[in-house]
Design a protein around this ligand. Sequence first.
Ligand code: AMP
Ligand code: MG
Length: 341
Amino acid sequence: MTKYFDMKNEIKEEEIKEAGKMIKNGELVIFPTETVYGIGANGLNSNAVRNIFIAKGRAQDNPLILHISDIDMIDDIATDINEIERKIIDIFFPGPLTIILKKKDIVPSVVSGELDTVGIRMPSNKIANTLIKFAGVPIAAPSANISGKPSGTTLNDIKEEFDNKVSCMIDGGDTLIGVESTVIRVMDNKIRILRPGKITIDDFKFYGFEVELDNNIFKEVSKNDRVLSPGMKYRHYAPQKECLLVYSEDITKLVNLVNKYEKDKKVLVVCKENKTKYFKNRLSMGNTLEEITHNIFHILREVDKTNFDLVIIEGVKKEGLGIAIMNRLIRACSHNYIEIK
Ligand code: AMP
Ligand code: MG
């Protein structure tokens, strides 16, 4: 039986302590972070970590991020850390940033997908941070969703898919940010963004770092391609329904396209709040990039509860936080994406 700890309104230390013990003992716990919900296990225990892969149906070569509660924990699990990496950690930890470092032998290869590196993040969410402290070990935790599905940003969306597969679920309400952490690796003294997130190119530039986006962020990569971030290879975030992502600066072009499809399909439009007036069947994603980021995974799950044939999603400009949003939406739509000039 899965235990359910409700901390939507207040944090309960005794219950987090109990969940921390479960982690320490090799059991699985679902917990909130500031990005998305995670499904966590003792990151130094191979058997426990294997159970995450089974619960999610995740490919073995798709590595997990180790979550820490204190910067001092980094030197237990990673080595050869250079000055730039130290500076990044000092500035951005705790927060929605994962840094790829050379791993120490103590990190099981099942965590790193057989790579010699490990992704490390220190969440700022109080429940997550306290859980890691009580567990006393780094927590390996991917997003809490069955592989391929949208990540969970509210416990209600994922409760059923993990019921009886984990020892405990901690409900911390809606996650603050809504997309997974920015994943980076420092290469030739430059930051390479392997997965865009809340921490953007401009945030790194602000502190004087050289930074570039990995080439594959918007590309379709196949299972046999060699990529720096294995997560890029897999179907991700996708609803069951057929989805089409459309970006245009001209609303009449989007309206015309929707009208065209509506001739022979029942179409649902997912668009910005200020565009809802143009469409009969629509769901609002919010107006600002922050609102869209916060809402998007929940909306991608909602569309599957409707009876439309096609979901047309309005894209955003690939700029700032818009890069993270478009990276997720392009995958959610299985690269079914058009730009209309
Ligand atoms: P998730 O845990 O679902 O948020 O996915 C974590 C993602 O981080 C993976 O899919 C990888 O793409 C990336 N990642 C984690 N560890 C590494 C690593 N050692 N090297 C490169 N990418 C990594
Ligand atoms: Mg994931």
